[in-house]
Write a protein that binds this ligand. Sequence first.
Ligand code: BTN
Length: 254
Amino acid sequence: MNTIEDTLFIGKVFQHYNRLNSTNETANEYLSKSNPSEGTVISTYNQQKGRGQIGSHWESEADKNISLSIILYPKFLTIHQQFCLNQAISLAVFDFVSQFIDTNVKIKWPNDIYVGLKKIAGILIQNSLSNQGFQSSVVGLGINVNQKIFLSNAPNPTSLALETRQTYDLDEMARLLCIMVERRYLQLRSQQFHILQQDYLHHFFRFMEDALYKDAAGQVFNGKIVGVEDSGKLLIDRKGGQVAFAMKEVKFIF
Ligand code: BTN
């Protein structure tokens, strides 16, 4: 596949590689060496050194899953609106997974996609910012599609095949994923922040539920997620008071 037909700009340039270390790494190289058009996709079904959040490794068995990165130029966003891009992309992956699994699909803060208590997809967005604001963004998407056995110690992985007992065509799945991303990105571009925020919370994992968390000091506490700040910090009601947590400041206890 070297282009996607049914989109306006995402995947019009679709660079598929037989093998890559990391599609995010390659997308960043494209950005540093050339001027790739918006929506350029770097894809492989055999990613050797997939990057995960907070320096972790993203496991993906060869020829089973989708690993792709999309180059975007969300210059219409201010630096303070960075999290809106996360919300739009999380929703796109949520929409994609929900086409195949109709119950229990959730967005776990900040941008993991879960089915029940298991992670089915991961997102790694790398933004390049300057004084003028947003320059570019590499949106890395890893979707567990046909993989059935996971070897690394990633917490609770699952896949579309494990959840639905079906096998999927990867080219077709990548095409659908790009369509979903474009839809949500167009919503973002037309400043529909309110809808995105509303939809994001509507599908939010543990929203308004009492559950256990661990704070940065290692203290386990009972709390209830009540929202997200514009900055992306997670708002948890803890003993009747709202506390805002950044990425590394809180862990979900299962
Ligand atoms: C996470 O830790 O949840 C984020 C995982 C992101 C994995 C994807 S796979 C495609 C892209 N290239 C990478 O190296 N990482 C992302």
